[in-house]
Design a binder for this molecule. Structure first.
Ligand code: GDP
Length: 341
């Protein structure tokens, strides 16, 4: 098998041209490469992404989050079918921090979104089965760029609402939609303020049957809660609306809210600023991840690290002092032998 300059076998590396032409198998292979932990695959994926970069950026990037059972997959299927119906090409990706624990994947279940998966203009990619949130989200960002180069005009990134993954996803997208269930004030209390602060759009799900009226009341509750939380915030005001995925009602309003929000960002130049800030924030995440990986894996520092950890655990040193000591030792050890960029 021929090797490309980065060392990865060329049979595994799709051409940028195939991806640009919308070849699904090439796109799927590119994402497999992006998700690979192998260093040669990572290098090949980066080389490919560099080539694709000029063809990225045109999609509407939407994040969807919510607690398990809130109705995410039912919503994404109904919303995706609506988008396909108005001629949009949609890619659905997932960030699943729970997959490390369960070994499963939020999009891995083949029975999920069956109808959506059959749509010719739709590409659904289950989340990688392992990795820390930052790593999974970073690879999802790269998968999103590959989807954009392949011509998808809406990229939807789903994450299960269990904590830090929401912040990582909000840092990937133009608009972060939080799904919530119809319910009383107690439910509202249960949603962390930090997650509410991230929301550009709150969608109350299951607004049908017996829950229809409660959904409307919930909408009002969230609207006033968001005014309190985001009252003086910058950027467009977050929307709150309700829908029923089962009855496929309200999908047009959701899409309209997305378009209005996105247009407001674009009109003020905020979209370009937001994306630029996100890209640089991912660069620093990359630096942090590499530094920490190098630090933790450095055999010359293992003894010192162990001793410092013990001292911190025993309460003899503060984490700050120990961290600074560890970093100083690492810097002294590595600054003369760092490879050139
Ligand atoms: P997820 O865990 O957030 O992906 O939630 P699911 O999409 O799997 O939905 C959880 C449950 O809520 C399922 O039993 C769905 O049938 C139900 N559900 C989802 N959307 C709706 C809706 O619009 N109306 C009603 N009545 N039930 C819904």
């Amino acid at each position: 098998m021929v090797k490309n300059p980065s060392g990865a076998e060329s049979g595994n590396v799709p051409s940028a041209q195939d991806i640009r032409s919308g070849n699904r198998r090439a796109l799927a292979r590119a994402i497999t490469l992006i998700e690979s932990a192998r260093e040669d695959h990572r290098a090949a994926a980066q080389a490919l992404l560099e080539q694709l970069l000029p063809d990225t950026g045109q999609a509407v990037r939407i994040g969807v989050s919510g607690s398990p059972g809130v109705g995410k997959s039912t919503f994404i299927e109904a919303f995706g079918l609506y988008l396909a119906g108005i001629g949009k090409h949609l890619a659905v990706l997932a960030v699943d921090p729970s997959s490390t624990l369960s070994g499963g994947s939020i999009l891995g279940d083949k029975t999920r979104m069956e109808r959506l998966a059959r749509e010719p203009g739709v590409f659904i990619r289950p989340s990688p089965a392992a990795g820390v949130t930052g790593g999974v989200a970073r690879r999802t960002r790269e998968a999103m760029l590959a989807c954009e180069a392949a011509g998808f005009d809406v990229v939807l990134i789903e994450t299960v609402g269990v904590g830090q993954s929401e912040a990582a996803v909000a840092d990937l997208v133009d608009l972060f939609a939080l799904l919530v269930q119809p319910g009383g004030g107690d439910d509202l209390q249960g949603i962390k303020r930090g997650v509410m602060e991230l929301a550009d759009l709150v969608v109350v799900t299951k607004a049908d049957g017996d829950l229809r009226n409660l959904a409307r009341l919930t909408e009002v509750d969230y609207r006033s809660a968001l005014t309190l939380i985001r009252g003086r915030g910058e950027g467009p005001k977050p929307h709150v609306l309700s829908c029923s995925a089962v009855e496929e009602c309200g999908m047009d309003e959701v899409w309209q809210a997305v378009e209005t929000y996105r247009a407001a960002l674009g009109d003020t130049g905020e979209l370009a600023r937001k994306r630029a800030a996100q890209a640089t924030s991912w660069m620093w995440r990359e630096v942090e991840e590499r530094v920490v990986t190098a630090l933790r894996g450095d055999p010359g520092l293992a003894k010192l690290s162990e001793r410092l950890q013990r001292e911190v655990a025993d309460g003899r040193k503060t984490p700050a002092t120990a961290g600074a000591r560890n970093w100083a030792a690492t810097f002294r050890r590595n600054c003369t032998c760092m490879p050139a960029a």
